[in-house]
Design a protein around this ligand. Structure first.
Ligand SMILES: [Zn+2]
Ligand SMILES: [Zn+2]
Length: 282
C-alpha cells in the first residue's frame, strides 16, 4: 500500500487550502507521511508560484504543523522547483533555499519567453498560452516541441539530479483535448525510452503522479501506464504522489495505482524517513 504523498500545494501557490488543512486531510486519509511542495518563486512575474515575501511564512507554517501534528504523521518540507531550459538550470534563489528543505521535486513547466516579451510559454498552461507556444515558439511543428520537451527533461535529470523528478510526460496534458501528437508512434516511444535511460543514470526518484486521475481516470496518470511498465523494467526508483491542490484530492487513485504496480512486478517504492530516502515494500 501507499501511505505517503510528497507532492502537495497550498494557498501559498496555486492550491486551495492551508498547510494545516492539507496535513489534516492526509491524516484523515490514513497517510503516514506528507511532504509540502509549494511552487518555488520564479524569477519573472506569474500568478501560480509562492511569492517571494511569503516564502518564510510557508516554511514557518510547515514547522508549526510539525509541532502540532508530528505525533500523527511525518511532515516534510519541500518545494517543487522549476528547471528553466533558457538557463539550463534552476534559479539562483532556488539554490539558496535548498539547505532548508528535506527534499525537492524538479519539474519542467516552462518552455521559453515569447519572442520580444517577458511572458512565459508553458507546457501545461491554459489553451491560449499553449496555442502561442505552438505558433510563436515552434512555428506549428508539434513534433519538434515534443522532442525538445524530452531532451530538456533528460537534461534536467542529468544536470540537476533532484530528489524527485516531477510528472514525466506532462507534455501530453493538452493532448487530451487537442490532439497534437500520437502517443503510440515509434518516434515518441523512442524519445521516452531515451529519456528513461537518462533518468536511470541520474539516480533521482521518478514520481508516479496521480494529480489528474480525478479528471481523466488512469489515462490522466503521469507517466502513462506503458511508461510505468518500462520504469519498472529499468528498476528506476519511484514514489507515488498526489500532486494535490486541495484537501479532496490528497491520494486520488492510490489503490488502483498500487494494484497496477504490484501486478506489473513493482515491489517497493521510495519513502522519506527522517533525513533520507529509503525503500519501502509496496
Ligand atoms: Zn508541476
Ligand atoms: Zn505540482
Amino acid at each position: 500500500m501507499i501511505f505517503s504523498n510528497y507532492h502537495t500545494h497550498t494557498k501559498y501557490c496555486d492550491g486551495k487550502n492551508t498547510v494545516e488543512e492539507m496535513v489534516l486531510s492526509a491524516i484523515r486519509a490514513g497517510l503516514k507521511r506528507i511532504g509540502l511542495s509549494g511552487h518555488m518563486t520564479l524569477p519573472f512575474p506569474n500568478d501560480w508560484t509562492i511569492r517571494e515575501e511569503h516564502l518564510e511564512n510557508y516554511l514557518q507554517d510547515i514547522t508549526d504543523a510539525q509541532k502540532a501534528y508530528g505525533d500523527q504523521i511525518q511532515i516534510y518540507t519541500g518545494l517543487e522547483i522549476d528547471y528553466f531550459p533558457y538557463l539550463d538550470d534552476i534559479s539562483e534563489q532556488s539554490k539558496s533555499i535548498l539547505h532548508r528543505l528535506d527534499y525537492y521535486i524538479c519539474s519542467l513547466h516552462c518552455v521559453d519567453f515569447f519572442p520580444n516579451s517577458s511572458e512565459m510559454g508553458y507546457y501545461d498552461g491554459d489553451y491560449d498560452n499553449f496555442e502561442r507556444v505552438l505558433e510563436e515558439l515552434y512555428q506549428r511543428d508539434p513534433k519538434r516541441l515534443v522532442e525538445d520537451y524530452y531532451h530538456r527533461y533528460a537534461r534536467m535529470a542529468q544536470k540537476i539530479k533532484p530528489d524527485i523528478l516531477g510528472h514525466l510526460d506532462l507534455i501530453k496534458k493538452h493532448n487530451h483535448q487537442y490532439h497534437f501528437f500520437d502517443e503510440e508512434s515509434d518516434w515518441y516511444r523512442d524519445l521516452v525510452m531515451e529519456t528513461l535511460r537518462e533518468i536511470q543514470r541520474s539516480g533521482s526518484i521518478l514520481e508516479i503522479n496521480t494529480g489528474k486521475i480525478h479528471q481523466f481516470g488512469m489515462a490522466g496518470l503521469y507517466p502513462s501506464l506503458w511508461i510505468v511498465n518500462e520504469v519498472i523494467n529499468l528498476k528506476i526508483p519511484i514514489t507515488v504522489n498526489g500532486d494535490s491542490h486541495d484537501i479532496d484530492h490528497i491520494c486520488d487513485g492510490y489503490n488502483t495505482v498500487a494494484r497496477y504496480l504490484k501486478l506489473n512486478g513493482c515491489r517497493k517504492i521510495m519513502v522519506f524517513e527522517k533525513d533520507q530516502w529509503i525503500e519501502m515494500p509496496l
